[in-house]
Design a protein around this ligand. Structure first.
Ligand code: TYD
Ligand code: MG
Length: 455
């Protein structure tokens, strides 16, 4: 094909799969009818390089001491891996209305209060709208500059002229690159804009945040390949009806993933929730059957959660099973283990399992909690209130060990729990290493049956 020739390419709008002809079903993500024709310019080779570059050795790379910028939002700093890295491109994804713009405006506020020049570029809201939001959040100083712009070349120009110390682009789907013929928000546009911003961030050593909208399926709209291009991907999620929000690190080139930050949406912006466990357990019913507190790990952070189960006689032939906040198949599997290994006859019972607070957790350490909640509801006997449980359950009904037991136990002890039911192997290894936390009774169990006897 001739260099610089204009052709058309078909892109899957869901995952970014590229094809030279239209396809009904995407081979990449198996979605139907997602291919859209977009004009694609094959760039001439010379345009890619942009001048000569020299490779450098490791020792020749200069490292500055303060490579991480503190955003003063501790929950965010932790998810970022200890602060914002200069020259990084961070994608913040999430449903509309979840609070992405609010969070990033708050980041801008903290950074500008530190005397850093920050540029907030919005393609979605007018300056007035941004000001209205800012007035709810608090005092801003003049180091924060606002711009309403969607043209990529103008945005690049402003960044190069103003040389801010941090940039927010809200949102990447509105950014428009004149050289690409496709509509804004389409795969080729978003890809082009992201690539340009990535180059800018790296060349000028400016940290850039980009906001990305999320589709129904929970991926960043259209281009999932955005995730491959950027340094860090954060998802902002949460029940729209609940006030708390969870910021989850999905990819991080500068830190661990699986970290979460917990926020609460208030009248004056997002508030950090430092004690997430207390927050998740608030409003727990007293002495109700089917309620069990478990300790789950999110990255390096233990969180106590309440698992609720409701098991009742089914009035129809086929019993209903439902799981909210955890894996439906896992719940089915655990109920099968209870039937077979413990001998509970639940074949004609409906069962509903829910993690209170609308949070989603899939950790295997929740198994024991789910099983005990189901048993508690089935037998209609409440579990002792100050008991916390964790452990993975195997198919033969054995309770298997889980990682980071000590942090989990300490978190429970901190919140005033007096008993912890945990895998026997974990208890033994804690005793062997002499690291038994004080103030909490540990009850080791090696099978589900034993755990049921303990409660
Ligand atoms: P927003 O940041 O605009 O969401 P996104 O950019 O992800 O689409 O969040 C808007 C929601 O947050 C809106 O429903 C109003 C609510 N909100 C508050 O409850 N308190 C506040 O102080 C602010 C600024 C917004
Ligand atoms: Mg917004």
């Amino acid at each position: 094909m001739a260099k610089g020739k204009r052709t058309t390419v078909f892109f899957c709008q869901n995952c970014g799969y590229e094809s030279s002809k239209w396809l009904g079903q995407c081979p990449g993500c198996r979605q139907w009818n997602t291919f859209v024709e977009e004009a694609a310019e094959i760039p001439a080779r010379a345009a890619l390089g942009g001048g000569k570059r020299e490779p450098s050795s490791l020792s020749a790379i200069a490292m500055q001491e303060e490579d991480r910028i503190c955003t003063h939002i501790r929950e965010l700093d932790r998810v970022l891996g200890g602060g914002l890295v200069s020259g990084s491109l961070t994608l913040v994804g999430g449903d509309p209305g979840i609070g992405k713009s609010t969070l990033l405006l708050q980041v801008c506020r903290h950074l500008s209060n530190d005397g850093r020049k920050v540029l907030y570029i919005s393609g979605e809201e007018s300056l007035k709208q941004i000001k209205l939001r800012a007035m709810r959040i608090g005092e801003f100083n003049d180091a924060l500059l606002l711009l309403c712009e969607t043209s990529l070349s103008l945005i690049e120009d402003v960044i190069l002229r103003q040389r801010p110390e941090a940039v927010v682009i809200d949102s990447i789907q509105t950014v428009y690159c004149e050289d690409v013929a496709a509509a804004p928000g389409s795969v080729s546009q978003v890809r082009e804009a992201t690539a340009a911003l990535m180059r800018l961030a790296k060349d000028e050593n400016i940290p850039i945040f980009i906001v990305g909208h999320v589709t129904k399926e929970g991926t960043v709209a259209g281009p999932r390949m955005l995730e491959h291009m950027v340094d860090t991907v954060l998802y902002f999620e949460g029940d729209r009806h609940a006030s708390y929000r969870i910021l989850r690190g999905v990819k991080n080139r500068f830190g661990s993933t699986n970290e979460i930050g917990v926020f609460e949406m208030c009248q004056n912006g997002l508030r950090e929730v430092e004690n997430a466990s207390e927050f998740m357990l608030s409003g727990r019913p007293q002495g109700a059957s089917g309620s069990v507190v478990v300790c789950s790990m999110e990255g390096t952070r233990p969180i106590l959660l309440e698992i609720q189960a409701l098991v009742c006689r089914s009035s129809f032939g086929i019993p209903r099973r439902q799981a909210a906040g955890t894996d439906f198949n896992r719940v089915n599997l655990l109920m099968a283990v209870l039937e077979k290994r413990v001998g509970l006859r639940m074949g004609d019972c409906d069962a509903y399992v829910n993690i209170a607070g609308g949070i989603r957790m899939l950790e295997p350490a929740l198994d024991l909690g789910i099983a005990l909640a189901v048993v508690s509801s089935f037998r209609n006997r409440p579990v002792e209130e100050k008991t916390v449980v964790f452990g993975e359950i195997g198919l033969s009904g054995e309770v298997r060990s889980v990682s980071m037991a000590q942090q989990r136990i300490m978190e429970a002890a901190k919140l005033g729990f007096s008993t912890c039911i945990l895998p026997q192997t974990v208890k033994e290894s804690l005793a062997a290493s002499g690291a038994v936390p004080e103030g909490i009774v540990l009850k080791g169990v090696s099978s589900v049956q034993e755990a049921i006897e303990e409660i």
